[in-house]
Design a protein around this ligand. Structure first.
Ligand SMILES: [Zn+2]
Length: 197
């Protein structure tokens, strides 16, 4: 785990470095302790605004994305990460569906959610075609974004052997909205076609 081996200096730096690795998140291992130091109430975006510009995807004509709170914008548009063990869906086990907070696209099913104890909701599969996998600018991780609106979800890891699928989508709760089984999911708000590979 590169982030851990590089941690030096103040707790703040240590916390930030851990968060770079863990939030949204890292390979699960020694970085998953609940005692992980958290430098601030809110974890800052994983890089400068210059390196991670605000996501500019716009809704299709005549559509409007769901309004986001400042905390939601920080994660979804600015690629921030919520605090570990703080998200509202970290331990949710109810049957149902998780949709994109910004555009209502169906992203994950409750039956694919599992307990990884990493501090964020974990899924070993996505709804086919719903999630885009993008090399993270940190050079090591794979970012996951909503394929429709491009909103930041978290990161995906493989080879950790949590489940048979051997995949962990580590997703910020704030990037999603949960609809319990039987509850009507609102229609997806279509985005303008994105010029993203
Ligand atoms: Zn979306």
């Amino acid at each position: 785990m590169t982030c851990l081996s590089n941690v030096r200096g103040s707790w703040m730096l240590a916390g930030f470095a851990l968060l770079l690795g863990c939030a949204g998140c890292s390979q699960v291992g020694s970085a998953t302790s609940k005692e992980t130091p958290v430098a601030a109430a809110e974890i800052p975006p994983s890089a400068s605004a210059e390196e991670h510009p605000m996501f500019e995807a716009a809704p299709a004509e005549g559509q409007e994305f769901n309004k986001l709170t400042a905390a939601e914008e920080r994660v979804i548009l600015h690629k921030g990460t919520e605090r570990p063990f703080a998200g509202e869906y970290t331990t949710t086990k109810d049957p149902g569906t998780y949709v994109c907070r910004r555009c209502n696209a169906v992203l994950y099913r409750a039956e694919d959610k599992f307990e990884s104890e990493c501090g964020w909701p974990s899924f070993d599969d996505e709804v086919p075609g719903a999630v885009r996998h993008v090399p993270d600018r940190d050079g090591s991780r794979t970012e996951i974004v909503c394929k429709n609106c491009g909103g930041h979800l978290g990161h995906v890891f493989e080879g950790e052997r949590f489940t048979e699928k051997n995949t962990r989508h580590c997703v910020n709760s704030v990037s999603m909205k949960f609809y319990p089984e039987g509850k009507t999911i609102p229609p997806m708000i279509k985005a303008k076609d994105l010029d993203v590979p």
